[in-house]
Design a binder for this molecule. Structure first.
Ligand code: FAD
Ligand code: PYC
Length: 421
């Protein structure tokens, strides 16, 4: 069609659909009544739970699966995070897992036929002390040995990439350099949940919302299903993917996990014209910021120190965060903040997740991703689906079992965690 008539067609089509009050839209997924039992029940309809269900159906052909979610899909940390994606972790075990995820991110929009708005705009971790710089150099070298992209940038290179950043030697913590992962970036968090949900539903997975798991039923010590506020649902295998509530779920089966639950909060500003085309993180000054495609600055910092299950956070952390952002970007001191919210993150003592079978046969956990699990969503779902399908840990998941807290084989990723906790 010639351009002019195509434009006219688009304009007419826009007008027609604009006046149609959004009628006849198809549901993106069904709203099924729970069956009596499933081969696999996933507890938690966040990105990780939905990705697990999708890969169970897609890769393993296991479609008699339910995802049971107490609220709405993606309404937990998946829909509350600052969407930073990178794979620049120090130790081989973590680096391999996050890099699997990065590779899956790179094909995810095509895989799901749904635009997750993955944007490889690069992630910069600033160094403000000599020790920061030693750690950055060590981590970039380790990444490169693992085939993961990474560079060490000088202050001058940083200033060229980000003109608004305060690189003055007179600042409170002068910027001495940075690590830079060009393949890192951001994605639209809701779209990730929606894309996996839509894909899983199309393959036959039941997505059961507004249904809270209140107990794990065991017979002769074996998990046989979940109690919910809508009745019992039987399951041959149960995968708990309930970030922020994993300790509660474990307690339902008489288990204790080495987790602490903390609020972690974020803010967005009023929309601005494009002014920041990469992701900037600073552990020392302690803030991170990127600009969404809508123009808002998306900002966050550290966890609230106290434990809690309130999805809100506190003013003193907001003040500290904005102080850090204004120190890094003096021009942002004139920007107004629009919204603030919190999520609950389950943190592990070594800042790595738990992907594990438990002492209750049939019951598995995928949790403890702390402040950094959004970037892991595709990889986590992929290895957890494999684990649930085969009843045996995927090789990339094997180092992350709960046994490491007995054996001492911890994987200390506090340095790479990006958010102090
Ligand atoms: P969720 O999305 O929280 O899903 C778990 C689901 O389980 C929830 O929907 C919940 O309602 C459900 N559930 C809980 N209990 C029950 C029950 N009893 N019955 C049924 N359902 C139940 N990570 C990054 O990589 N990059 C970032 O930039 C980043 N920023 C963050 C900023 C903030 C403010 C927060 C809070 C987190 C951030 N994270 C980040 C961490 C990231 O959001 C999480 O690690 C990740 O989203 C966890 O995904 P999930 O699917 O496991 O959890
Ligand atoms: O893990 O990269 C991260 C992160 C950034 C903000 C919160 N977590």
């Amino acid at each position: 069609m010639p351009t002019r008539s195509r434009n006219r067609y688009s304009a007419l089509s826009l007008l027609k659909h604009g006046l149609s009050h959004h009628e006849n839209w198809q549901r993106a997924w069904r709203n099924p009544t729970p069956k009596q039992s499933y081969d696999v029940v996933i507890v938690g309809g966040g990105g990780h739970g939905l990705a697990t269900a999708y890969y169970l159906a897609k890769v393993h052909g296991i479609t008699n699966v339910a995802v049971v979610e107490k609220g709405y899909l993606g309404g937990g940390n998946t829909g509350r995070n600052t969407t930073i994606i990178r794979s620049n972790y120090l130790w081989d075990e973590a680096a391999h897992l996050y890099e699997l995820s990065m590779k899956l991110w790179e094909g995810l929009t095509q895989e799901l036929n749904f635009n997750v708005m993955f944007s490889q705009r690069g992630v910069m971790n600033l160094g403000h002390t000599l020790q920061d710089m030693r750690d950055i150099e060590r981590r970039v070298n380790a990444n490169r040995l693992n085939g993961i992209d990474g560079e060490v940038l000088s202050t001058a290179e940083i200033q060229t990439k980000i003109p608004l950043l305060n690189c003055s030697p007179d600042s409170r913590y002068p910027i001495l350099g940075a690590s830079w992962q060009p393949r890192g970036g951001t994605a639209r968090h809701d779209a990730v949940a929606w894309g996996y949900a839509r894909g899983a539903d199309a393959l036959g997975v039941d997505l059961i919302q507004q249904t809270e798991v209140t107990g794990i039923r065991r017979q002769n010590g074996v998990a046989v299903g979940v109690e919910t506020n809508r009745g019992f649902i039987g399951a041959a295998r149960i995968g708990c993917v309930t970030a922020g509530n994993s300790g509660v779920l474990a307690g339902m089966a008489g288990l204790r996990l080495p987790l602490e639950s903390h609020p972690l909060q974020a803010l967005v500003s009023e929309p601005l014209k494009p002014c920041l085309d990469t992701v900037v993180m600073s552990n020392a000054v302690h803030g991170y910021v990127s600009q969404s495609d809508k123009g808002d600055l998306v900002i966050g910092a550290g966890i609230d120190r106290y434990n809690g299950y309130g999805q809100r956070g506190s003013l003193h952390v907001v003040e500290h965060t904005l102080q850090a952002i204004c120190e890094l970007f003096p021009a942002f001191s004139r920007v107004r903040m629009n919204r603030q919210w919190g999520g609950i993150v389950d943190t592990c003592p070594d800042a790595c997740p738990i992907i594990s079978a438990t002492s209750v046969p049939g019951l598995y956990f995928n949790c403890g991703w702390g402040t950094g699990g959004f970037k892991a969503t595709p990889g986590s779902g992929f290895v957890f689906a494999d684990t649930l399908a085969k009843g045996k840990l995927h090789s990339l998941a094997a180092p992350f079992t709960v046994d490491r807290f007995h054996s001492g084989a911890l994987i200390d990723e506090h340095g790479a965690a990006g958010v102090a906790h």
